[in-house]
Design a protein around this ligand. Structure first.
Ligand SMILES: *Cc1c(COP(=O)(O)O)cnc(C)c1O
Length: 386
C-alpha cells in the first residue's frame, strides 16, 4: 500500500525521535533536561537560505515564518517573537504602560518572574500558592490589592493552568492588567484554548531548556491590537526609520534563532508525545512514593516537567545524594521561594510556597530518556526513601 506524503513524514519523525536515545551504559550523566535537536541537515538548509538572502536579523523572513507557524499552531494573533522570555516580561510591562507601582505575583517560579518586575522598578507583592498545583491562590489576591497595584502577574507553573477565570474577574473588578508568565505553558491548552492566550499579555520562553526552543528566544502574545502595535515599536528601539515615537529597547531576535525554531517546529507534537510517554512511565513506577500535582479539569497538559513533592527537605536531600552519586541530576525547581530573595527590601511571608519549595524537585524528562534509565532513577529514588 502506498503511504501518503504526510504519513511518510510522520514516520520519519517517529524514527528520528526514537533515535535520540542516549547511551544506556550507566556512566553517562543524566541531567534534568536535554535540549532536543532537529536533524542537522534541516537546520543547514535553513541556514543556507539565510546566507543566500543576506538578512541576519531585524524582522527577517525566518522570524516572520516562525511567527506565522507559532500563531497558527497556538491559534493566537499578535505573537511577537523576541530574544528571550525575560525581556518578554519586561517589554510586556512597558507595552501596558506599567513603570511603577505594585505587581501582584507568585513566589513559586523561576527568578526571572520577580527580577523582571524589579528591573522595571516595580514592587513585587507576593500571593501564596495552591498546595495542589502550585499556581497562585486566587482567594488570597484581593487582600493584597492596594491603590498602588497595577497588574497581576501569575505563572502557569510547570504548564499547569492558573485559575484564569477568577483572576480575570478580580482584574476587571479592580481595573488591573493581567500578564501571564507562560514560559512553561507552551502547547498546554485549557478549556479548549491555548494556555498562552489568556490575560492582556502572555509571555513565552523558547530557551534551550524549554519544551520547544530556539536556543534562546521568547514571545509576547498580546490581546489588544493597539497594545500589540505599541509593543511592536518598543521591541525595536521605539522608532520607524527616523521617526522616533517612544522609548524602546532591542528585543529583536536573529534569523539564526528563528531558523532553529523552524527546524524544531515540525517535531512539537512528537516531542510532547515522547514526554507524555516517559511521564506516564514515571507515574507507574512512583505511584504512592511521592506526591504529584493535581491536574485541573479541562487542562490538556504539555508534559513540560516532571515535578515530585517529597515528605520533607531531608527526604529530598537524601534522594539527591543517592541520585547524584549515580550521575543523575534532578533539579530543585523552585528553590528558594522567591519571596525570600536576598535582594528584596522587605520579607513577605508565603508559608505554602516556602514549604513546597523546601521539598519539591523535577526529575529528568527529555526526548531520548529510555525506560531503562527511568527504571534506574525510580529504583534509586525508592531505595533512598527506604
Ligand atoms: C525560563 C523562564 C523564564 C525566562 O525565560 P528566558 O528565555 O530564559 O529568559 C521566565 N519565567 C519562567 C517561569 C521560566 O521558567
Amino acid at each position: 500500500m502506498k503511504m501518503s506524503l504526510k504519513q511518510q513524514n510522520s514516520n520519519k519523525k517517529d524514527f528520528y525521535i526514537r533515535r535520540q536515545t542516549a547511551n544506556t551504559s550507566g556512566d553517562e550523566k543524566i541531567y534534568v533536561t536535554k535540549s532536543f535537536l532537529p536533524p542537522i541537515t534541516d537546520y543547514f538548509k535553513l541556514i543556507e537560505q539565510i546566507y543566500k538572502n543576506g538578512q541576519l536579523t531585524n524582522q527577517g523572513p525566518m522570524l516572520k515564518q516562525l511567527e506565522t507557524n507559532l500563531s497558527d499552531f497556538l491559534k493566537v494573533k499578535n505573537l511577537h517573537y523576541l530574544t528571550n522570555g525575560t525581556i518578554a516580561i519586561q517589554v510586556a510591562l512597558k507595552a501596558l504602560g506599567i513603570d511603577d507601582g505594585e505587581i501582584i505575583t507568585t513566589p513559586f517560579s523561576y527568578v526571572a518572574t520577580t527580577s523582571s518586575i524589579l528591573w522595571e522598578r516595580c514592587k513585587p507583592v507576593f500571593v501564596d500558592i495552591e498546595p495542589d498545583n502550585f499556581t497562585m491562590d486566587v482567594n488570597k489576591i484581593e487582600e493584597k490589592i492596594t491603590s498602588k497595584t497595577r497588574a497581576i502577574l501569575p505563572v502557569h507553573v510547570f504548564g499547569y493552568a492558573c485559575d484564569v477565570d477568577s483572576i480575570q474577574k478580580i482584574a476587571d473588578k479592580h481595573n488591573l492588567k493581567v500578564i501571564y508568565d507562560a514560559a512553561h505553558a507552551f502547547a498546554s491548552s485549557y478549556k479548549g484554548r491555548s494556555l498562552v492566550s489568556f490575560g492582556d499579555i502572555s509571555t513565552c520562553s523558547f530557551h534551550a531548556t524549554k519544551l520547544f526552543h530556539t536556543i534562546e528566544g521568547g514571545a509576547c502574545i498580546v490581546k489588544d491590537d493597539d497594545i500589540s502595535q505599541n509593543l511592536n515599536l518598543i521591541k525595536r528601539f521605539g522608532h520607524n526609520l527616523d521617526n522616533h515615537i517612544c522609548l524602546g529597547i532591542n528585543a529583536k531576535q536573529s534569523e539564526f534563532n528563528a531558523a532553529m525554531g523552524l527546524a524544531n517546529f515540525p517535531y512539537i507534537k512528537k516531542i510532547i508525545e515522547a514526554r507524555r510517554e516517559i511521564s506516564n512511565f514515571y507515574d507507574e513506577l512512583l505511584k504512592g512514593c511521592v506526591k504529584r500535582p493535581k491536574v485541573q479539569d479541562g487542562l490538556e497538559y504539555n508534559y513540560a516537567y516532571y515535578p515530585v513533592v517529597f515528605k520533607d527537605e531531608k527526604e529530598l536531600l537524601n534522594v539527591f545524594e543517592t541520585l547524584n552519586k549515580h550521575n543523575i541530576f534532578p533539579r530543585r525547581y523552585f528553590y528558594p521561594s522567591l519571596n525570600k530573595l536576598p535582594y528584596l527590601k522587605d520579607y513577605q511571608s508565603c508559608p505554602v510556597s516556602e514549604d513546597i519549595c523546601s521539598r519539591i524537585a523535577c526529575m529528568p524528562l527529555f526526548v531520548g530518556l529510555t525506560h531503562a534509565q527511568v527504571e534506574r532513577i525510580c529504583s534509586l529514588l525508592k531505595e533512598s526513601l527506604g
